[in-house]
Design a protein around this ligand. Structure first.
Ligand SMILES: Nc1ncnc2c1ncn2[C@@H]1O[C@H](COP(=O)(O)OP(=O)(O)OP(=O)(O)O)[C@@H](O)[C@H]1O
Ligand SMILES: [Mg+2]
Length: 356
């Protein structure tokens, strides 16, 4: 079992919320603005990363509080995870495992999380950057070290951009050192993305075409994925990059291409329902990859309400087959009738919860 004895203090509109007696399936039901997604966001922060809203730390504390927040939960086996910010250090996120401070990336040793939210409905219409972030989040859930490589790559690219933008010819030795960093971190990032797309693709290949439109994934790297080749491409591209004032090769130009397998149609051109179905298929396949190694969470925000009864039943069936602890939200209980009996259900209202 994943998380239980969950507590949220000064977390957005939840002043002091406790969720006890969680189950495999957990339902959060309440009207718009009640605080359901906020609970899912809190749960997503028990895994490494910025959570399902990618929120800035400053946006999370309750608006009428002192700028601090704290969330904690118990993992099976008596392990207690906690995270939050203290009022005196609003910009710094603290993570605790069994009461001892730990780096946030350590959370990944205990728990992994996947999620699907309404904000992700725009994924295929947005620019490639959104899909890279999506991909990185999927990688991070499996390989917690990915966060470190991605941060190093970002820092090194920023530094390279700064050097290239200087009016004087940049110091070649310095540029060489920065290029090496881009190449090292970039190769690690690109290879991890390629591995994930490969594994996810194999998992998706085993799925039937129905009832969730089966997506085919392709990873199009924005440069060589091997370190030496990437370094060579960077070195070769210096003059061009200086003229363009940005680095034109590397994993920051990667694209995750998604097509609907049955129709061989790019996801961006599919109907909203088909896009949602493909996102569900990817989310479930990813959850399957997470199964086993560590406890995992699957956070499904407003997913059930958008499905017809047949697809809803298929979703519940797939969730039953998996091992993740599942948290679902909705404005009404009706769409969850098929699983309500075996689920822990909370009614959420104005930042409070009540077990029903
Ligand atoms: N830092 C904050 N402090 C206080 N309240 C906040 C903070 N951030 C967000 N809120 C409020 O939390 C409320 C609940 O948000 P949430 O997204 O969880 O609702 P929801 O139950 O998921 O609603 P919906 O069904 O519309 O998705 C919103 O009214 C929002 O204004
Ligand atoms: Mg919501």
């Amino acid at each position: 079992m994943a998380l239980d004895r969950i507590s949220l203090s000064r977390f957005r509109n939840h002043r002091d919320t406790r969720l006890d007696g969680s189950a495999r399936f957990n339902l959060l039901v309440g009207e718009n603005g009640a605080g359901k997604t906020n609970v899912l966001e809190a749960l997503s922060l028990f895994a490494p990363g910025r959570g399902l809203r990618r929120a800035a730390l400053a946006d999370i504390p309750g608006q009428d509080g002192d700028g601090s927040f704290a969330i904690s939960a118990e993992l099976g086996g008596g392990v207690r995870l906690g995270t939050g910010v203290r009022p005196e250090r609003p910009g710094r996120r603290i993570v605790q495992v069994n009461g001892a401070e730990a780096p946030a990336v350590r959370l990944g040793e205990w728990l992994s999380a996947g999620w699907l939210t309404p904000a992700m409905d725009r994924l295929f219409a947005e620019g490639a950057g959104a899909r890279r972030r999506f991909l990185d989040r999927l990688v991070l859930a499996i390989e917690p070290a990915h966060a470190r490589h991605a941060a190093r790559l970002e820092g090194a690219l920023r530094e390279r951009g700064r050097l290239l933008a200087e009016p004087a010819e940049p110091d070649p030795q310095w540029l060489e050192a920065v290029d090496l960093q881009v190449a090292e971190a970039g190769a690690a990032v690109a290879q991890a993305r390629a591995r994930l797309v490969d594994r996810l693709g194999s998992a998706l290949d085993t799925l039937p075409e129905a009832p969730f439109a089966r997506p085919a994934l392709a990873y199009h790297p924005g440069g060589p994925v091997e370190q030496h080749a990437l370094l060579a491409a960077l070195t070769e591209g210096r003059r061009r990059d200086r003229a363009a004032q940005r680095t034109l090769t590397g994993p920051h130009r990667d694209e995750l291409a998604v097509t609907m397998a049955g129709k061989d149609q790019p996801a961006a051109e599919c109907s909203t329902g088909e896009q949602k179905a493909m996102l569900i298929a990817i989310t479930l396949a990813h959850a399957g990859l997470l199964d086993g190694a560590r406890p995992s969470l699957l956070l499904l925000d407003e997913v059930a309400a958008h499905l017809d009864p047949l697809r809803r039943a298929a979703l519940f069936e797939r969730l039953r087959e998996g091992r993740a602890q599942v948290w679902l939200t909705g404005t009404e209980l009706t769409p969850f009738e098929a699983i309500a009996q075996e689920a822990a259900v909370w009614r959420v209202s104005e930042g409070t919860v009540e077990r029903i």
